[in-house]
Design a protein around this ligand. Structure first.
Ligand code: NZQ
Ligand code: ZN
Length: 388
Protein backbone atom coordinates (compact mmCIF):
# COMPACT_ATOMS: atom_id res chain seq x y z
CA UNK A 1 0.00 0.00 0.00
CA UNK A 2 1.20 3.50 -0.78
CA UNK A 3 1.70 5.45 2.41
CA UNK A 4 0.38 8.99 2.84
CA UNK A 5 2.55 11.77 1.47
CA UNK A 6 2.68 15.32 0.24
CA UNK A 7 4.64 16.13 -2.89
CA UNK A 8 5.93 19.32 -4.41
CA UNK A 9 9.08 20.31 -6.21
CA UNK A 10 9.78 24.00 -6.65
CA UNK A 11 12.73 23.75 -9.07
CA UNK A 12 12.05 24.89 -12.62
CA UNK A 13 13.99 22.89 -15.19
CA UNK A 14 15.16 23.91 -18.64
CA UNK A 15 16.30 20.86 -20.59
CA UNK A 16 17.96 20.53 -23.97
CA UNK A 17 20.83 21.71 -26.12
CA UNK A 18 19.58 25.32 -26.06
CA UNK A 19 18.61 25.36 -22.37
CA UNK A 20 21.09 28.14 -21.55
CA UNK A 21 18.98 30.55 -23.62
CA UNK A 22 16.66 30.72 -20.60
CA UNK A 23 19.31 31.92 -18.15
CA UNK A 24 18.91 35.66 -18.82
CA UNK A 25 15.16 35.65 -18.16
CA UNK A 26 15.68 33.75 -14.91
CA UNK A 27 18.46 36.07 -13.74
CA UNK A 28 16.22 39.09 -14.21
CA UNK A 29 14.07 37.86 -11.33
CA UNK A 30 16.90 38.25 -8.81
CA UNK A 31 19.17 40.95 -7.38
CA UNK A 32 22.19 42.50 -9.01
CA UNK A 33 25.10 40.93 -7.13
CA UNK A 34 25.69 37.41 -8.38
CA UNK A 35 28.13 34.95 -6.86
CA UNK A 36 29.34 32.70 -9.67
CA UNK A 37 30.36 29.38 -8.08
CA UNK A 38 32.37 26.80 -10.00
CA UNK A 39 34.93 24.02 -9.61
CA UNK A 40 38.50 23.39 -10.63
CA UNK A 41 38.35 24.84 -14.11
CA UNK A 42 36.61 22.36 -16.44
CA UNK A 43 34.09 25.07 -17.39
CA UNK A 44 36.91 27.30 -18.60
CA UNK A 45 38.29 24.55 -20.84
CA UNK A 46 34.99 23.59 -22.42
CA UNK A 47 33.70 27.14 -22.95
CA UNK A 48 30.69 27.05 -20.60
CA UNK A 49 32.31 29.74 -18.42
CA UNK A 50 32.56 32.20 -21.34
CA UNK A 51 28.94 31.63 -22.34
CA UNK A 52 27.67 32.15 -18.77
CA UNK A 53 29.82 35.24 -18.20
CA UNK A 54 28.53 36.78 -21.44
CA UNK A 55 24.93 36.32 -20.27
CA UNK A 56 25.66 37.72 -16.79
CA UNK A 57 27.32 40.78 -18.33
CA UNK A 58 24.48 41.31 -20.79
CA UNK A 59 22.08 41.28 -17.83
CA UNK A 60 24.20 43.98 -16.17
CA UNK A 61 25.04 41.85 -13.15
CA UNK A 62 27.91 42.53 -10.80
CA UNK A 63 29.84 39.26 -10.70
CA UNK A 64 31.76 37.93 -7.71
CA UNK A 65 33.59 34.69 -8.53
CA UNK A 66 33.97 31.79 -6.11
CA UNK A 67 36.11 29.24 -7.96
CA UNK A 68 37.87 26.07 -6.86
CA UNK A 69 34.99 24.14 -5.34
CA UNK A 70 36.56 20.72 -4.98
CA UNK A 71 34.85 17.34 -5.51
CA UNK A 72 33.42 16.49 -2.06
CA UNK A 73 33.29 20.17 -0.98
CA UNK A 74 34.78 20.89 2.41
CA UNK A 75 33.56 22.87 5.37
CA UNK A 76 36.69 25.06 5.14
CA UNK A 77 35.73 26.04 1.61
CA UNK A 78 32.23 26.79 2.92
CA UNK A 79 33.59 29.19 5.57
CA UNK A 80 35.70 30.92 2.91
CA UNK A 81 32.69 31.22 0.58
CA UNK A 82 30.61 32.79 3.36
CA UNK A 83 33.21 35.54 3.79
CA UNK A 84 33.34 36.17 0.07
CA UNK A 85 29.54 36.28 -0.29
CA UNK A 86 29.17 38.66 2.66
CA UNK A 87 31.87 40.98 1.33
CA UNK A 88 30.18 41.03 -2.08
CA UNK A 89 26.69 41.57 -0.58
CA UNK A 90 25.53 38.72 -2.79
CA UNK A 91 21.82 38.49 -3.73
CA UNK A 92 21.96 35.37 -5.90
CA UNK A 93 24.22 32.31 -6.25
CA UNK A 94 24.75 30.78 -9.70
CA UNK A 95 26.33 27.31 -9.51
CA UNK A 96 27.98 26.09 -12.72
CA UNK A 97 29.27 22.54 -12.33
CA UNK A 98 28.44 19.13 -10.95
CA UNK A 99 26.88 17.93 -7.72
CA UNK A 100 29.76 19.27 -5.66
CA UNK A 101 29.30 22.80 -6.98
CA UNK A 102 25.49 22.64 -6.67
CA UNK A 103 25.65 21.18 -3.14
CA UNK A 104 28.19 23.78 -2.09
CA UNK A 105 26.02 26.58 -3.49
CA UNK A 106 23.03 25.33 -1.49
CA UNK A 107 25.10 24.97 1.68
CA UNK A 108 26.39 28.50 1.13
CA UNK A 109 22.88 29.84 0.53
CA UNK A 110 21.84 28.93 4.07
CA UNK A 111 25.18 29.66 5.76
CA UNK A 112 25.98 33.22 4.66
CA UNK A 113 23.36 34.72 7.00
CA UNK A 114 23.67 32.08 9.70
CA UNK A 115 24.97 33.62 12.90
CA UNK A 116 26.55 30.46 14.26
CA UNK A 117 28.80 27.73 12.85
CA UNK A 118 26.79 26.22 9.95
CA UNK A 119 28.63 22.87 10.30
CA UNK A 120 27.45 22.46 13.88
CA UNK A 121 23.96 23.73 13.19
CA UNK A 122 23.15 21.91 9.96
CA UNK A 123 25.47 18.90 9.86
CA UNK A 124 25.97 17.91 13.48
CA UNK A 125 22.62 18.95 14.96
CA UNK A 126 20.60 18.63 11.70
CA UNK A 127 18.61 21.77 12.45
CA UNK A 128 16.26 23.49 10.04
CA UNK A 129 17.09 26.82 8.45
CA UNK A 130 15.76 29.82 10.36
CA UNK A 131 17.72 32.61 8.70
CA UNK A 132 17.65 34.36 5.32
CA UNK A 133 18.39 32.04 2.37
CA UNK A 134 20.11 33.37 -0.75
CA UNK A 135 18.40 31.96 -3.85
CA UNK A 136 20.41 29.51 -5.98
CA UNK A 137 20.28 28.60 -9.68
CA UNK A 138 22.26 25.79 -11.33
CA UNK A 139 23.85 25.14 -14.70
CA UNK A 140 24.61 21.44 -14.52
CA UNK A 141 27.76 20.01 -16.15
CA UNK A 142 28.09 16.58 -14.49
CA UNK A 143 25.25 14.12 -14.12
CA UNK A 144 24.59 11.83 -11.18
CA UNK A 145 23.65 13.38 -7.86
CA UNK A 146 20.23 14.86 -8.63
CA UNK A 147 21.40 17.97 -6.75
CA UNK A 148 19.92 20.08 -9.55
CA UNK A 149 16.39 19.35 -8.32
CA UNK A 150 16.65 18.48 -4.65
CA UNK A 151 17.46 20.02 -1.29
CA UNK A 152 20.53 17.89 -0.55
CA UNK A 153 23.89 19.42 0.30
CA UNK A 154 26.73 17.08 1.29
CA UNK A 155 29.75 18.61 3.04
CA UNK A 156 33.00 16.96 4.14
CA UNK A 157 34.89 17.85 7.32
CA UNK A 158 38.40 16.40 6.96
CA UNK A 159 39.45 17.31 10.51
CA UNK A 160 36.52 15.42 11.99
CA UNK A 161 36.71 12.71 9.29
CA UNK A 162 33.00 13.07 8.56
CA UNK A 163 31.12 13.44 5.30
CA UNK A 164 27.52 14.34 6.00
CA UNK A 165 24.51 15.09 3.83
CA UNK A 166 21.60 17.16 5.06
CA UNK A 167 18.44 17.11 2.96
CA UNK A 168 16.83 20.52 3.32
CA UNK A 169 13.28 21.59 2.50
CA UNK A 170 11.70 23.25 -0.53
CA UNK A 171 13.14 26.69 0.26
CA UNK A 172 16.70 25.39 -0.30
CA UNK A 173 15.99 23.67 -3.65
CA UNK A 174 17.50 25.48 -6.65
CA UNK A 175 15.06 28.03 -8.07
CA UNK A 176 15.92 26.78 -11.55
CA UNK A 177 18.34 24.37 -13.20
CA UNK A 178 19.67 24.39 -16.72
CA UNK A 179 20.29 20.91 -18.10
CA UNK A 180 22.12 20.68 -21.41
CA UNK A 181 23.22 17.09 -22.14
CA UNK A 182 25.94 18.39 -24.49
CA UNK A 183 27.73 19.93 -21.49
CA UNK A 184 28.41 16.42 -20.19
CA UNK A 185 30.34 15.35 -23.33
CA UNK A 186 33.65 16.62 -21.92
CA UNK A 187 33.40 14.60 -18.68
CA UNK A 188 36.25 12.12 -18.24
CA UNK A 189 34.96 8.53 -18.59
CA UNK A 190 35.79 7.83 -14.93
CA UNK A 191 33.41 10.61 -13.83
CA UNK A 192 30.75 9.64 -16.36
CA UNK A 193 30.54 6.04 -15.15
CA UNK A 194 30.78 7.06 -11.48
CA UNK A 195 27.80 9.34 -12.11
CA UNK A 196 25.89 6.56 -13.84
CA UNK A 197 26.37 4.28 -10.86
CA UNK A 198 25.40 7.08 -8.46
CA UNK A 199 22.09 7.37 -10.33
CA UNK A 200 21.56 3.61 -10.27
CA UNK A 201 22.27 3.43 -6.58
CA UNK A 202 19.93 6.32 -5.75
CA UNK A 203 17.21 4.21 -7.28
CA UNK A 204 18.33 1.05 -5.43
CA UNK A 205 18.34 2.91 -2.11
CA UNK A 206 14.67 3.74 -2.58
CA UNK A 207 13.69 0.45 -4.23
CA UNK A 208 15.20 -2.01 -1.73
CA UNK A 209 12.85 -1.14 1.11
CA UNK A 210 9.35 -2.42 1.77
CA UNK A 211 7.46 -5.21 0.01
CA UNK A 212 4.39 -3.29 -1.14
CA UNK A 213 2.94 -3.30 -4.61
CA UNK A 214 3.22 0.39 -5.45
CA UNK A 215 3.64 2.64 -8.45
CA UNK A 216 6.92 4.10 -7.17
CA UNK A 217 8.60 0.69 -7.54
CA UNK A 218 7.37 0.33 -11.13
CA UNK A 219 8.65 3.83 -11.96
CA UNK A 220 12.02 2.87 -10.52
CA UNK A 221 12.22 -0.33 -12.56
CA UNK A 222 11.61 1.75 -15.69
CA UNK A 223 14.29 4.25 -14.70
CA UNK A 224 16.81 1.46 -14.03
CA UNK A 225 16.11 -0.21 -17.39
CA UNK A 226 16.49 3.07 -19.26
CA UNK A 227 19.74 3.80 -17.42
CA UNK A 228 21.28 0.37 -18.08
CA UNK A 229 20.37 0.66 -21.77
CA UNK A 230 21.66 4.23 -22.20
CA UNK A 231 24.82 3.65 -20.15
CA UNK A 232 25.94 0.94 -22.57
CA UNK A 233 25.49 3.30 -25.52
CA UNK A 234 27.25 6.21 -23.74
CA UNK A 235 30.29 4.11 -22.86
CA UNK A 236 30.65 3.16 -26.54
CA UNK A 237 29.94 6.66 -27.80
CA UNK A 238 30.07 9.44 -25.18
CA UNK A 239 28.70 11.92 -27.71
CA UNK A 240 25.47 10.03 -28.33
CA UNK A 241 22.98 12.82 -27.55
CA UNK A 242 20.05 10.49 -27.01
CA UNK A 243 21.91 8.35 -24.48
CA UNK A 244 23.44 11.33 -22.64
CA UNK A 245 20.09 13.11 -22.47
CA UNK A 246 18.34 10.00 -21.16
CA UNK A 247 21.01 9.57 -18.50
CA UNK A 248 20.68 13.22 -17.48
CA UNK A 249 16.90 13.02 -17.19
CA UNK A 250 17.06 9.71 -15.29
CA UNK A 251 19.49 11.24 -12.78
CA UNK A 252 17.08 14.04 -12.03
CA UNK A 253 14.12 11.73 -11.47
CA UNK A 254 16.17 9.27 -9.44
CA UNK A 255 16.62 11.81 -6.67
CA UNK A 256 14.13 14.65 -6.84
CA UNK A 257 11.91 13.09 -4.13
CA UNK A 258 9.27 11.66 -6.51
CA UNK A 259 10.13 7.96 -6.38
CA UNK A 260 10.28 7.96 -2.58
CA UNK A 261 6.65 9.05 -2.34
CA UNK A 262 4.53 6.74 -0.21
CA UNK A 263 7.29 4.27 0.62
CA UNK A 264 10.15 3.66 3.00
CA UNK A 265 13.76 3.96 1.80
CA UNK A 266 17.12 2.51 2.82
CA UNK A 267 20.22 4.74 2.08
CA UNK A 268 22.70 2.38 3.80
CA UNK A 269 24.99 2.16 0.74
CA UNK A 270 25.28 5.95 0.80
CA UNK A 271 26.03 5.97 4.51
CA UNK A 272 28.82 3.43 3.96
CA UNK A 273 30.09 5.24 0.86
CA UNK A 274 30.10 8.64 2.54
CA UNK A 275 32.14 7.34 5.45
CA UNK A 276 34.63 5.76 3.01
CA UNK A 277 34.70 9.15 1.26
CA UNK A 278 35.47 10.98 4.50
CA UNK A 279 38.64 8.87 4.86
CA UNK A 280 39.72 8.61 1.22
CA UNK A 281 38.19 11.66 -0.54
CA UNK A 282 37.34 9.21 -3.33
CA UNK A 283 34.82 9.93 -6.10
CA UNK A 284 31.31 9.57 -4.67
CA UNK A 285 29.90 7.12 -7.23
CA UNK A 286 32.93 4.87 -6.91
CA UNK A 287 32.57 4.64 -3.13
CA UNK A 288 29.03 3.40 -3.69
CA UNK A 289 30.09 0.88 -6.33
CA UNK A 290 32.78 -0.50 -4.05
CA UNK A 291 30.48 -1.32 -1.12
CA UNK A 292 27.22 -2.17 -2.94
CA UNK A 293 27.55 -5.87 -3.70
CA UNK A 294 28.86 -6.95 -0.29
CA UNK A 295 26.01 -4.97 1.30
CA UNK A 296 23.27 -6.27 -1.03
CA UNK A 297 24.47 -9.87 -0.78
CA UNK A 298 24.41 -9.54 2.99
CA UNK A 299 20.83 -8.22 3.18
CA UNK A 300 19.45 -10.39 0.35
CA UNK A 301 17.98 -13.08 2.65
CA UNK A 302 16.04 -10.41 4.55
CA UNK A 303 14.50 -8.91 1.40
CA UNK A 304 14.42 -11.99 -0.79
CA UNK A 305 11.17 -11.24 -2.64
CA UNK A 306 12.30 -7.75 -3.65
CA UNK A 307 15.68 -9.01 -4.84
CA UNK A 308 13.83 -11.66 -6.87
CA UNK A 309 11.56 -9.00 -8.39
CA UNK A 310 14.67 -6.90 -9.19
CA UNK A 311 16.27 -9.88 -10.96
CA UNK A 312 13.19 -10.58 -13.06
CA UNK A 313 11.88 -7.08 -13.82
CA UNK A 314 15.18 -5.22 -14.21
CA UNK A 315 17.64 -7.89 -15.39
CA UNK A 316 15.25 -10.28 -17.20
CA UNK A 317 16.46 -13.30 -15.23
CA UNK A 318 14.41 -16.39 -16.16
CA UNK A 319 12.64 -18.12 -13.28
CA UNK A 320 12.15 -21.63 -14.67
CA UNK A 321 13.27 -24.40 -12.33
CA UNK A 322 15.06 -22.05 -9.93
CA UNK A 323 14.58 -21.26 -6.26
CA UNK A 324 13.80 -17.69 -5.23
CA UNK A 325 17.29 -17.43 -3.81
CA UNK A 326 18.91 -18.52 -7.07
CA UNK A 327 16.86 -16.01 -9.03
CA UNK A 328 17.69 -13.20 -6.61
CA UNK A 329 21.40 -14.02 -6.73
CA UNK A 330 21.39 -14.12 -10.51
CA UNK A 331 19.97 -10.58 -10.46
CA UNK A 332 22.90 -9.35 -8.39
CA UNK A 333 25.31 -11.27 -10.64
CA UNK A 334 23.83 -9.50 -13.68
CA UNK A 335 24.22 -6.18 -11.90
CA UNK A 336 27.84 -7.04 -11.07
CA UNK A 337 28.69 -7.85 -14.67
CA UNK A 338 27.11 -4.55 -15.83
CA UNK A 339 29.19 -2.71 -13.21
CA UNK A 340 32.35 -4.42 -14.50
CA UNK A 341 31.33 -3.57 -18.06
CA UNK A 342 31.19 0.14 -17.07
CA UNK A 343 34.63 -0.13 -15.47
CA UNK A 344 33.58 0.86 -11.95
CA UNK A 345 35.92 0.51 -8.98
CA UNK A 346 34.65 -2.58 -7.18
CA UNK A 347 36.57 -2.44 -3.89
CA UNK A 348 37.49 0.18 -1.32
CA UNK A 349 41.18 -0.83 -1.29
CA UNK A 350 41.55 0.60 -4.80
CA UNK A 351 40.00 3.83 -3.48
CA UNK A 352 42.71 4.15 -0.83
CA UNK A 353 41.04 2.53 2.19
CA UNK A 354 43.33 0.47 4.42
CA UNK A 355 42.71 -2.03 7.25
CA UNK A 356 43.66 0.52 9.91
CA UNK A 357 40.85 2.83 8.72
CA UNK A 358 38.10 0.23 9.15
CA UNK A 359 37.17 1.07 12.74
CA UNK A 360 36.99 4.78 11.94
CA UNK A 361 34.96 4.24 8.77
CA UNK A 362 32.61 1.98 10.74
CA UNK A 363 32.16 4.62 13.44
CA UNK A 364 31.50 7.32 10.85
CA UNK A 365 28.73 5.28 9.17
CA UNK A 366 25.24 6.40 10.15
CA UNK A 367 22.93 3.44 10.73
CA UNK A 368 19.60 3.74 8.90
CA UNK A 369 16.50 1.74 9.76
CA UNK A 370 14.46 1.71 6.54
CA UNK A 371 16.16 -1.23 4.81
CA UNK A 372 15.60 -4.98 5.12
CA UNK A 373 18.03 -5.34 8.01
CA UNK A 374 19.17 -2.77 10.55
CA UNK A 375 22.92 -3.40 10.64
CA UNK A 376 24.91 -3.60 13.84
CA UNK A 377 28.33 -1.95 14.07
CA UNK A 378 29.91 -5.41 13.71
CA UNK A 379 27.90 -6.08 10.55
CA UNK A 380 28.94 -2.72 9.10
CA UNK A 381 32.55 -3.60 9.71
CA UNK A 382 32.05 -7.03 8.14
CA UNK A 383 30.51 -5.46 5.00
CA UNK A 384 33.42 -3.01 4.80
CA UNK A 385 35.92 -5.84 5.21
CA UNK A 386 34.20 -7.75 2.44
CA UNK A 387 34.44 -4.58 0.29
CA UNK A 388 38.24 -4.41 0.59
O1 NZQ B 1 35.89 20.90 -10.68
P1 NZQ B 1 35.81 20.79 -12.16
O2 NZQ B 1 37.01 21.30 -12.85
O3 NZQ B 1 34.54 21.37 -12.70
O4 NZQ B 1 35.82 19.20 -12.50
C1 NZQ B 1 34.79 18.32 -12.10
C2 NZQ B 1 35.21 17.36 -11.00
O5 NZQ B 1 36.58 17.12 -11.04
C3 NZQ B 1 34.51 17.39 -13.24
N1 NZQ B 1 33.53 17.91 -14.18
C4 NZQ B 1 32.26 18.30 -13.91
N2 NZQ B 1 31.64 18.64 -15.07
C5 NZQ B 1 32.53 18.45 -16.07
C6 NZQ B 1 33.74 18.01 -15.51
N3 NZQ B 1 34.84 17.73 -16.24
C7 NZQ B 1 34.75 17.91 -17.57
N4 NZQ B 1 33.61 18.31 -18.18
C8 NZQ B 1 32.49 18.59 -17.48
N5 NZQ B 1 31.36 18.94 -18.10
O6 NZQ B 1 33.97 16.22 -12.64
C9 NZQ B 1 34.54 16.04 -11.36
C10 NZQ B 1 33.47 15.62 -10.40
O7 NZQ B 1 32.52 16.62 -10.20
P2 NZQ B 1 31.58 16.59 -8.91
O8 NZQ B 1 30.69 17.78 -8.95
O9 NZQ B 1 32.41 16.37 -7.70
O10 NZQ B 1 30.74 15.24 -9.15
P3 NZQ B 1 29.29 14.83 -8.71
O11 NZQ B 1 28.29 15.51 -9.56
O12 NZQ B 1 29.28 13.37 -8.65
O13 NZQ B 1 29.12 15.42 -7.22
C11 NZQ B 1 29.61 14.71 -6.10
C12 NZQ B 1 29.18 15.36 -4.80
O14 NZQ B 1 27.77 15.37 -4.65
C13 NZQ B 1 27.40 14.71 -3.43
C14 NZQ B 1 28.54 13.73 -3.26
O15 NZQ B 1 28.62 13.21 -1.96
C15 NZQ B 1 29.74 14.56 -3.63
O16 NZQ B 1 30.13 15.39 -2.56
N6 NZQ B 1 26.04 14.15 -3.52
C16 NZQ B 1 24.98 15.00 -3.50
C17 NZQ B 1 23.67 14.55 -3.45
C18 NZQ B 1 22.51 15.44 -3.41
N7 NZQ B 1 22.66 16.75 -3.46
O17 NZQ B 1 21.39 14.97 -3.32
C19 NZQ B 1 23.35 13.13 -3.43
C20 NZQ B 1 24.49 12.25 -3.83
O18 NZQ B 1 24.23 10.96 -3.30
C21 NZQ B 1 25.83 12.72 -3.40
O19 NZQ B 1 26.09 12.35 -2.08
ZN1 ZN C 1 24.74 9.45 -4.44
Amino acid sequence: MLGNFSYSNPTKLYFGDNALDNLAAELEKYGNNVLLVYGGGSIKKNGIYDDVIAILKKCGKTIVEDAGVMPNPTVDKLYEGCERARAGKVDFILAVGGGSVCDYAKALSISVHCNEDPWDKYYIRFEDVDNEIIPVGCVLTMVGTGSEMNGGAVITNHKQKLKIGHVFGDNVFPKFSILNPVYTYTLPEYQMVAGIYDIFNHICEQYFSGEDDNTSDYIMEGLMKSLIHSSRIAVENPKDYEARSNIMWTATWALNTLVACGKTTDWMVHMLGQSVGAYTDATHGMTLAAVSLPYYRFILPYGLQKFKRFAVNVWNVSVDGKTDEQIANEGLAAMESWMNELGLVMNITDLGATEDMLDGITDGTFIMDGGYKVLTKEEIKAVLKESM
